[in-house]
Design a protein around this ligand. Structure first.
Ligand SMILES: C[S@@+](CC[C@H](N)C(=O)[O-])C[C@H]1O[C@@H](n2cnc3c(N)ncnc32)[C@H](O)[C@@H]1O
Length: 236
């Protein structure tokens, strides 16, 4: 299981006790997260889904050969082949985990979910994008999801942001640097934030140089890099 997934399993909203939840692990792959959720007592039931046959088979095998409280894990975890959250109408989850995919795919999965899931105010969405975090934050803010908090985790020398979100129907607008870095990350200033900011600064620094060299408009990148610099120096 990735460091991000292990961390994601344990994040809580204020007031939650983090026990006996019902979760959906979307894109479960080997079902390591689902297994961890049950074996650590966080979830009493998990629906583990994946769109591809290979992961579904791996997940079924992993679940079928392990136990929790003297019972097969298959009593707690159901593994199904499914495209995202589609066709799961009338199901309620305390948690939906969508981890380890691109931000655009995560947005598409939420957008394709039945209303009963995507507009549920009682469901916490725990999301972690490998790429396109900007697009994911933009999607969430435009579609009524509050990013309640973000936490940074390091996996194989790269820092990722785990987002804890909830639907409340309010449309939000943020500053461009907040879509790139996460408003909560800028506020929280966790120790990993320095490396997270440095990576984004490198990416946009390179892009800026390429655009300038090609005589193309680089105003957006220039302003963004200026804001990144202010954040680094504690002026934002
Ligand atoms: C890189 S793995 C991440 C696995 C796990 N969530 C983690 O974070 O370690 C991505 C998984 O998502 C699955 N996947 C991709 N698109 C999907 C979709 N639309 N619905 C369900 N699963 C999907 C892939 O088959 C793959 O197993």
């Amino acid at each position: 299981m990735t460091v991000a997934a292990e961390f994601a399993a344990t994040v809580l909203f204020e007031g939650e006790n983090g026990k006996n939840m019902h979760a959906c692990d979307v894109g479960c792959d080997h079902a390591k997260l689902s297994i961890y959720l049950v074996q650590s007592g966080i979830c009493k039931r998990v629906l583990a889904c994946d769109i591809n046959d290979g992961p579904v088979e791996k997940a079924k095998k992993a679940v079928g050969t392990r136990k929790y409280m003297d019972k097969s894990l298959s009593e707690y975890i159901e593994v199904i082949k499914n495209d995202g959250l589609k066709n799961l109408d009338n199901m309620h989850f305390d948690r939906v985990f969508i981890l380890g995919m691109g931000g655009e795919l995560i947005s598409d999965i939420i957008s394709g979910a039945p209303e009963s899931i995507k507009r549920s105010k009682n469901t916490g969405f725990v999301l972690q994008a490998m790429t396109s975090e900007y697009e994911l934050r933009k999607y969430l803010s435009k579609n009524g999801y509050e990013i309640v908090n973000e936490k940074l985790v390091e996996d194989k020398s790269r820092v990722y942001s785990v987002m804890l979100c909830r639907y409340d129907g309010k449309i939000r607008k943020f500053k461009e640097y907040e879509y790139h870095l996460g408003k909560a990350n800028v506020q929280n200033r966790e120790p990993l934030f320095e490396a997270y900011l440095a990576r984004k600064t490198r990416i946009f620094g390179k892009l800026f140089s390429q655009l300038v060299k090609a005589n193309k408009d680089a105003e957006y990148e220039k302003n963004l890099l200026s804001d990144f610099g202010k954040i680094k120096n504690g002026k934002i």
